[in-house]
Design a protein. Sequence first.
Length: 362
Amino acid sequence: MSVPDHDPTEQSIVSTDNLITVLDEQSAAQSVSLDATERVSLYRTIRTAREFDQRMISLQRQGRIETYAPMTGQEGSQVATSFALDTRDWLFPTYREHAAAYAHGVDLTTLVAELRGICPSRESTRVAPPTIPIATQLPHAVGMAWAATLRDDDVVVLCHFGDGATSEGDFHEALNMAGVFDVPVVFVCNNNQWAISVPRESQTASQTLAQKATAYGFEGVRVDGLDPLAVYSVTKNAIERAREPPENELRPTLIESVQYRFGAHTTADDPKRYRREAIAEQWRERDPVSRLRDHLTATDICTEAELETIESEAKTTVQTAIERAESIEPDPDRPFDDVFATPTDRLTAQRQIWGAHAAQED
Ligand SMILES: Cc1ncc(C[n+]2csc(CCOP(=O)(O)OP(=O)(O)O)c2C)c(N)n1
Ligand SMILES: [Mg+2]
């Protein structure tokens, strides 16, 4: 595979058609419904997620965790969407939304442990397990939202997926059903411009991903995914609409969060083989961590010293999570839990064989 002379994703950065952004303009940023304390908390969570991301890449290189999908540049949007959720709401992430899961209640120790192949329970949270098969979580999320409607339960379900997932049948089936049954669901498409080595422009002939919502009869919005305040604002509106739709309008929303995958697809990928580093560099200039940091100092919400404290606390938080996760003894029996409510005979037999094998290893 060769690196193209012209990188199609170059166009996406300049195309701001219907792209909602607030951080570039102070008055717009001020109008977002988050007070100073909440803005600091948003920054703290994003900054901690950045630290987590950097440490996980490094841990993978040392052989201390399995393959890792970096989220550098995408943490701001992920955290902002979770901040817009109520604690009773459900989140369906993919393999890349570590920060979204963290911001909605999965502790960092659990995240690191999962990356070590150990599966502590997520049962105390309303965060579904991360899905690797592309787009399969969309019908699950719609099913959960439909169940909530049938039970008259006031929850909203937010579901993440990538630009590549929009080419899967599951995407279209889920959005169609969400519209027909009018369920309280928010679809967040993290358009990071790449599906491994396939650029967004080769994924679809549609001009935007948000416009696909029109075909299903509900609202589609494009937001600057490198602007956490804009993402928060747009997601908050979508969640309100899901809970209480305006008259004659449907509950679901498709949010296209326009971002860029700053790094590799996973730690097993080398993006230099198929894209130009100069373009990634342009996108990095709009880094959500720096943009939110600048907003906090420009509006006198934080001093430089306070921001430095947040950074050093982020390091400690992540280091503690790593140490705790590395001290957890793997339970060989655990992968068999939570597969079926009532295990099948074959699964029970496999569990016994595996248990005997693990006992021999000890
Ligand atoms: C059903 C299915 N087909 C193919 C794959 C292989 N695969 C893993 S990640 C990926 C690209 C997904 O791209 P996108 O949806 O944009 O998400 P991103 O990785 O960029 O976050 C593919 C094709 C898979 N995991 N599942
Ligand atoms: Mg992608």
